[in-house]
Design a protein around this ligand. Structure first.
Ligand SMILES: Cc1cc2nc3c(=O)[nH]c(=O)nc-3n(C[C@H](O)[C@H](O)[C@H](O)COP(=O)(O)O)c2cc1C
Length: 234
């Protein structure tokens, strides 16, 4: 591969980061179709291609925001409703250990710090969390679902597809944020999508043009050095 191509691909990968403030600027649906056409070259176990993608814009997007924001606001005021909104699979551990908990805290407080939200300001935290369900104002949201009959491996396949979507988008000047936040409200999401009963929500990805002036988009997360997570055997 030519050095130039390596640089272009590396640049698309390394310049992607989670964007949490978007401009009020639509994305042409033909661009979304192109992104999906490229992204579905992702590998999958035995080429099962277990992904299903709902591209949500316009009135449906607004209906989703209204329904889920109402549920999240109700949950904030009545925490006892949490049982009604359990995710269909556990993305995070129930018991956290170091170093994951440390990184999670660093990430959370880094983001809140940038937004000048203090530890005691629960309402401000809730308002920022709600931004997830307002899509951070992005014009497009993709919901990835999988047939419930498929195993855990299918979620790995879909993760590869999701990463491809975000990189193919980035190469076209479009930013993204993957979102697991919707998983607590998977029942509402699947209902709004009119998804059949045999489908499970895996995650969402918002797509849009980043707001270059919003401070939240200056948040760049660190990575551990390669040597810290790699074992070289010879
Ligand atoms: C599957 C998945 C789900 C995520 N869910 C959310 C989410 O619900 N809300 C959010 O703001 N960020 C979410 N993130 C973004 C992570 O916080 C982010 O990827 C991480 O902090 C690394 O930062 P970067 O994406 O900017 O490199 C999610 C990331 C992944 C991979």
């Amino acid at each position: 591969m030519f050095l130039e191509q390596v640089q272009v691909i590396d640049q698309a990968i390394t310049s992607r980061h989670s964007v949490r403030a978007f401009l009020d600027k639509p994305i042409d649906l033909s661009i979304i179709k192109d992104i999906l056409k490229v992204a579905c070259r992702a590998p999958s176990g035995a080429n099962t291609q277990p992904w299903k993608v709902y591209v949500v814009t316009g009135n449906k997007r607004q209906e989703m925001i209204d329904r889920v924001c109402a549920a999240q606001i109700e949950l904030f005021t009545r925490p006892e409703l949490a049982e009604q909104h359990t995710a269909s699979f556990s993305y995070y551990p129930t018991t956290w250990i170091s170093p994951f908990i440390d990184r999670r805290r660093e990430n959370g407080w880094g983001l809140y710090g940038l937004l000048a939200i203090q530890k005691s300001e629960k309402e401000k935290m809730a308002a920022q969390h709600l931004r997830n369900y307002q899509l951070f104002d992005a014009p497009v949201v993709l919901y990835f679902t999988v047939n419930k009959i498929m195993g855990t491996g299918a979620k790995m396949d879909i993760s590869m597809m999701v990463q491809n979507v975000m990189i193919a988008a980035k190469a076209r000047g479009i930013d993204s944020c993957p979102q697991a936040a919707w998983n607590h409200f998977h029942r509402i999401v699947l209902e709004v999508l009119n998804a059949p009963d045999d489908e499970e929500l895996v995650c969402a990805v918002v797509l849009g043009y980043a707001d270059p002036d919003h401070i939240v988009n200056t948040f760049i997360t660190p990575r551990e050095p390669v040597e810290s997570f790699t074992v070289f055997l010879d």
